[in-house]
Design a protein around this ligand. Structure first.
Ligand code: ISE
Length: 362
């Protein structure tokens, strides 16, 4: 199949599927800050919302997302629809051979994610990028470079803290794994360059802000292929700020990011400090812009420049194990099929759990 590409030098014409909070956030960035891109088509099951966003930027509404993907004025697709819709929509992009940036999760179950990995590999061309924006954050990039350059020696342990000020009631312990901890899953794989092999979840005393039956906070412990340990404190109802910290401890030292060390002020009343980041926008807004710009630039030249289908699949597989670990209290091994190109691809691995539709439930 010959891949479709915009004409040399032409703007990348993009369909955005789903214009809830994240989709609308991306449309705004693509329309106002990202070079070489034009949102031509908006699709959302909520027609009023689609009209409102489309009319603000002079785009057309195409209600059916699959029609939107096949629209002649579309060169690439950004998927920010509810997770349950992702498999069909990503597959439609593969059918047409156009680049797609899919917000996490790639799909909501291991089998469909693995089939997508296999399909893309069979096409012989990367088309899929998954929206793990932390890989584009300046601090994570610096930390990765420090590790790669050997500045910490052999990295031994990674400690993560992931705190949100508030989330909807629907965020139970399993949602916290799939929607929040999924970021640390990708961060650990990105920083350590190896797969996660097991997940264990410790549930302690819960905040009274958590609904009955929800363990918030939790401590998640990952083991990697080489035996490294990654810990993650996930606490999504702190009532304080958006706090995301990562510390890597190596043989030659340690390094930490996410300390909010921007403008530090000392005042005559004896106070010292800076400002908290209230949401992901202040903490990762710049990373999203870099992510989008690099996706657009790569798509215009027929490549992908970010986490791909395999990374999306690995995250789904680890989160499935994480959900089983929440349910059982046991250490759960991660079940993953072989990476295409890295040996024979056997059957599709089974997980036993199908993820609930998190975005739709919010
Ligand atoms: C949300 O979906 C995100 O992606 C945020 O970055 C994360 O902090 C939050 O916990 C998730 O629910």
């Amino acid at each position: 199949m010959s891949a479709l590409r915009p004409a040399q030098g032409a703007e990348l014409r993009i369909a955005v599927l789903g214009v809830g909070m994240m989709g609308a956030f991306h449309v705004d960035a693509l329309s106002r800050r990202i070079r070489g891109a034009k949102v031509t088509v908006i699709s959302d099951f909520c027609a009023d919302k689609a009209e409102e966003v489309a009319s603000g930027i002079g785009a057309r509404v195409v209600v059916d997302p699959i029609e939107a993907i096949h629209d002649p004025e579309v060169d690439a697709v950004l998927i920010a629809s509810p997770g349950l819709a992702h498999a069909e929509q990503v597959n439609a992009c593969l059918d047409r051979g156009i680049p797609v940036l899919c917000e996490k999760p790639l799909t909501t179950d291991i089998e469909s994610a693995y089939r997508i990995v296999q399909r893309e590999a069979a096409l012989g061309r990367e088309l899929i990028q998954v929206g793990f924006m932390r890989r584009f954050d300046a601090e994570y990039v610096a930390l990765k470079k420090l590790i790669t350059d050997g500045g910490l020696g052999n990295p031994l342990v990674v400690h993560c803290v992931h705190r949100n000020p508030a989330v909807p009631e629907t965020f139970n312990s399993e949602f916290m794994i799939r929607d929040s901890v999924v970021h640390e899953v990708d961060v650990a794989r990105f920083l350590l360059d190896e797969e996660i092999t097991s997940v264990q979840v410790l549930k302690g005393v819960a905040t009274k802000a958590a609904p009955e039956g929800t363990s918030d906070p939790m401590i998640v412990i990952f083991e990697t292929e080489s035996g490294r340990i990654v810990t993650d404190e996930i606490y999504v109802r702190t009532g304080v700020a958006y706090e995301v910290r990562t510390e890597v401890v190596g043989e030659l030292g340690s390094a930490m990011i996410g300390l909010d060390q921007h403008l530090q002020v000392k005042t005559s009343d004896g106070r010292w400090g800076g400002q908290i980041t209230p949401s992901f926008v202040e903490r990762f807004g710049a990373a999203y812009d870099v992510e989008l710009q690099r996706w657009v630039d790569a798509a215009r030249s027929g490549t992908v420049d970010g986490p791909g289908a395999w990374d999306g699949y690995a995250a789904v597989a680890v989160c499935e194990a994480g959900v089983q670990a929440v349910r059982s209290g046991e250490k759960v091994p991660v079940a993953m099929g072989p990476k295409p190109g890295a040996g024979a691809v056997s059957g599709v691995p089974t997980a036993g759990i199908t993820a609930p539709d998190m975005e739709a439930a919010q």
